[in-house]
Write a protein that binds this ligand. Structure first.
Ligand code: NDP
Length: 290
């Protein structure tokens, strides 16, 4: 294996330590700590794990965690009414609605009902617009985590060729916007892209966010490139168990790349760390506006 493994767990622990120290300082100065509200509708098993982990890490950082677990049959009106309450609650600095929502609820309407200043997932159309136009705002946690790792590993990204595989609103598009803001030359690839392998092989930075287990092969990677694997895919493992793999065939790619993130232990831990970083940023913004 040639590549250096980028350890997201270690990196995330560093961010969480900084957040925890700042939370202590805010407690001392204001007599209250930042608060994060997480709303889960229904009982999707993966979402339950994510929400549990987010709440646990929030408490570990010293912030207040407000959890709302709503029945799968909850109406859109009831959910919007809860969000309106949370928007007005001064103890709540960040609001996160866990996706996916049940089909009878319009996700876009719900996300846009969250106050943009408390939108710690960065999915509100106003924050998406701010990112696209280069204005400061809350940035989606997963791409932000990827960018922090890239800057830490590579320093100045200016002029590098970046390929983002995937064009979702929550990962691919904001990732591309962040890399463009760092003056990378950015290509966004997707399911209609022709000659995907050749496009990927041009990348100094390759970010894979497609949700297809091990789709990116070693032969798609430019020698020495930095590969960030966002994918989380559960596939059959040994002895009837399942295991997690990314969107990149790790062993093959690690033979060619200069640096690579593993799955698990790469982007995943950074996403939660960035959620708390965003909550802290929202709490500071609330103080400035108070
Ligand atoms: P989406 O399903 O919303 O988007 C997937 C994207 O991949 C689409 O743009 C799609 O193209 C593209 N795509 C799918 N198949 C192919 C293909 N064969 N060739 C080229 N492009 C393809 O997924 P998300 O962006 O939400 O998530 C992507 C992955 O990242 C998933 O595995 C998800 O679990 C993981 N994830 C991990 C997080 C973490 O914390 N580590 C957080 C969020 C997501 P098109 O638009 O043309 O359909």
């Amino acid at each position: 294996m040639a590549a250096k493994i980028i350890d997201g767990r270690v990196f995330a622990a560093g961010i969480l330590a900084e957040v925890t120290a700042e939370v202590s300082a805010i407690r001392a100065a204001r007599g209250r700590v930042p608060g994060l509200a997480v709303v889960l509708v229904g009982e999707d098993p993966a979402s339950q794990v994510y929400v549990r982990n987010k709440a646990r890490t929030t408490k570990e950082s010293g912030m207040e965690s407000f959890e709302y677990r709503l029945d799968v049959g909850t109406s859109e009106a009831a959910l919007l009414s809860l969000i309106a309450e949370l928007n007005d609650d001064p103890r709540v600095d960040g609001i996160l609605v866990q996706l996916p929502l049940p089909k009878h609820i319009d996700s876009a309407r719900v996300l846009d009902a969250i106050s943009p200043d408390k939108d710690v997932d960065g999915f509100h159309v106003l924050n998406a617009g701010r990112l696209a136009t280069g204005l400061p705002g809350l940035v989606p946690c997963t791409p932000l985590g990827c960018l922090l790792m890239l800057k830490h590993e590579l320093g100045d990204l200016s002029g590098l060729r970046a390929v983002v595989l995937g064009r979702s609103n929550i990962v691919g598009k904001p990732m591309a916007a962040l890399l463009l803001a760092e003056s990378c030359t950015v290509t966004i690839a997707h399911s209609r892209t022709r000659d995907l392998e050749a496009v990927c092989r041009e990348a100094d930075i390759l970010v894979a966010a497609v949700g297809r287990p091990e789709m990116v092969r070693g032969s798609w990677v430019k020698p020495g490139a930095t590969v960030i694997d966002v994918g989380i895919n559960r596939v059959p493992g040994d002895a009837g168990k399942t295991k997690l793999v990314g969107d990149v065939a790790f062993a093959e790619a690690a033979d060619v790349a200069g640096r690579i993130t593993p799955v698990p232990g790469g982007v995943g831990p950074m996403t939660i760390a960035c959620l708390l970083r965003n909550t802290l940023a929202a709490a500071k913004l609330a103080k400035i506006k108070a």
